[in-house]
Design a binder for this molecule. Structure first.
Ligand SMILES: Cc1cc2nc3c(=O)[nH]c(=O)nc-3n(C[C@H](O)[C@H](O)[C@H](O)COP(=O)(O)OP(=O)(O)OC[C@H]3O[C@@H](n4cnc5c(N)ncnc54)[C@H](O)[C@@H]3O)c2cc1C
Ligand code: FES
Ligand code: FES
Length: 489
């Protein structure tokens, strides 16, 4: 058992007390480490001004991930090297290639966003396989707001810097990170106030039983905001990410199984391989920084009615494994969501893994995320559809929505009415589409009105059916074309 959090900072191992481990990483950097190059803009993961890089060993190699330091607890940096803008050019004499390109191509005006932008791009410069496309740069910058320069020179700077070959990772970094690894559970603090990171599930269940009021965090991309915006007091924190095996991603002949603490970034490739639309939803899930921290299990456990993964995974027929002590149970994912903020989760129980049956080749899957902004925005409505087609008729249908109710939910009446639908007879579809609109009573809020949500849901089902019936994508994927045109591709 370790009694402190440890990470590497400026070539030395830093040990954090329980109180420091529960600070945000941004506060720790600025207040304790005097690394004030890292800025605070929104304090909620949206603007990217606070972006720093966490370098970690993953599957035998060093990866450099940009994260939002404003919503990450300092304790979550355990086992990593924390890199800030100060580290890119320690003496100031020689700039990092990204800084150099930003300077020459006028990528900065007021400069408030610049350290965050430079850190996002430095991570890409280090880890992205070459060549780096304009679209990849735009995706990398989705979580970095710049209000005055405009993105053209920033994107140009990124492309120029990344035109050079991918640099070697400094050998000393891999050695230091490997030396830092251990198998110990962490318990920093005392009964009243602590930061704990169990290593085994049994230790986790023990902690949950002893401290039922503790704040449990995985990536803290939801929970971090409760600290910085709702200002909740959380003297006891249990971090899930060190529990061995809880992040495992496995593919069998029939299913993809994703451990709850796998990050959205780490699960992206396997999940995205199930269906192109799921890959696109994940590309637009938060930002690079958010996906690097956010976990698949956190997205499900938080049970937001507008979370992106739940409707997609429900349509794909996923099941959820919950565990407490020695007891394990499995349920269809949709049954986990009971009512707004009410899940079928017993005291002390955790989300352990999500299993998604591999779609057979005949399955037609569509998912559409509707947001006000294309990038870094939470869904107003997300519709996900999985159909089996027999001849030219729908043989089975699973239809799920986010944003249409207090929970992610299936449209069961519509699913029944879809059976036997003739794909060659679009004029006969309107009664079915009206049935969908009648099936939900969505809320009006700042994202969308109830009327808008109902109309959009109806139109998304219509769009999915048209595509499956054979309509050309050039008539249905208009936003994708506009986005590609902006990206210059
Ligand atoms: C800027 C920004 C953009 C975002 N964009 C999107 C988006 O586009 N789409 C989207 O769906 N979400 C989005 N989110 C929300 C968030 O990133 C996701 O919900 C994320 O998956 C949460 O995972 P986490 O690991 O960070 O959860 P945490 O914040 O660590 O935890 C959330 C809750 O789940 C509980 N929990 C976590 N893991 C488990 C587990 N294994 N068992 C039991 N309980 C658990 C925690 O106790 C807590 O109550 C965004 C968030 C931010 C800040
Ligand atoms: S300060 Fe805006 S993302 Fe962190
Ligand atoms: S340079 Fe001012 S916000 Fe980007």
């Amino acid at each position: 058992m370790r009694s402190s959090v440890r990470f590497i900072r400026r070539g030395r191992i830093v040990e954090l007390s329980a109180a420091e481990a529960r600070m945000t990483l941004l506060d720790w950097l600025r207040l304790r480490d005097a690394a004030v190059g890292t800025k605070e803009g929104c304090a909620e993961g949206d603007c990217g001004a606070c972006t720093v890089i966490l370098a970690r060993m993953k599957q035998g190699r060093v990866v450099h991930e940009p994260v939002n330091a404003c919503i990450l607890l300092a304790g979550q940096a355990d086992g990593a090297e924390v890199l800030t803008v100060e580290d890119l050019s320690p003496t100031g004499a020689v700039h990092h290639p990204v800084q150099d390109a930003m300077l020459r191509l006028h990528g900065s005006q007021c400069g408030f966003c610049t350290p965050g932008i430079v850190m996002s791009l430095a991570a890409m410069h280090q880890d992205a396989p070459r060549p780096v496309s304009r679209q990849a740069v735009c995706d990398q910058l989705a979580g970095n707001l710049c209000r005055c320069t405009g993105y053209r020179p920033i994107v140009e700077a990124a492309l120029e810097a990344c035109a050079a070959p991918q640099p070697e990772v400094p050998a000393a970094r891999g050695v230091a990170l490997t030396a830092l690894r251990d198998e110990a559970a962490i318990f920093a603090g005392n009964d009243a106030a602590f930061f704990a990171a169990p290593r085994r599930e049994a230790e986790l269940f023990d902690l949950l039983a002893r401290y039922p009021d503790a704040l449990v965090v995985a990536g803290a991309t939801d929970a971090g905001l409760w600290l910085t915006k709702a200002l909740i007091a959380a003297p006891r924190v249990i971090w899930l990410a060190r529990v061995e095996g809880l992040d495992r991603i496995e593919r069998t002949r029939t299913a993809l199984s994703i451990g709850a603490t796998a990050t959205v970034a780490d699960a992206a490739r396997e999940l995205g391989s199930l269906a192109p639309d799921l890959a696109e939803v994940i590309r637009r899930f938060g930002s690079t920084q958010v996906r690097a921290s956010a976990t698949v299990g956190g997205n499900i456990a938080n049970a937001s009615p507008i979370g992106d993964l739940a409707p997609c995974l429900i349509a794909l027929g996923a099941t959820l494994e919950l565990a407490a002590g020695n007891a394990t149970r499995t349920l269809p994912l949709e049954d986990f969501f009971v009512a707004y903020k009410k899940q079928d989760r017993r005291p002390g129980e955790i989300v352990r893994r999500i299993s998604v049956p591999l779609p057979d080749v005949a399955m037609q899957f569509r998912a559409f995320k509707i947001t006000k902004r294309m990038d870094e925005d939470i869904s107003a409505v997300l519709g996900a559809f999985a159909f089996q087609v027999d001849g030219r008729r729908i043989a089975s249908a699973r239809v799920a929505f986010g944003g249409m109710a207090g929970i992610p939910a299936r449209a069961r009446t519509t699913e029944q009415r879809l059976l036997g639908l003739d794909l060659d007879a679009p004029p006969t579809w309107p009664p079915l589409l009206d049935c969908l609109a009648a099936e939900f009573k969505p809320l009006s809020d700042h994202r969308a009105s109830a009327e808008y949500r109902s109309l959009v849901a109806r139109n998304l089902l219509h769009k999915a059916l048209l595509e499956i019936a054979g309509a050309p994508l050039s008539s249905t994927r208009i936003v994708t074309h506009v986005e590609a045109a902006h990206a210059g591709e």
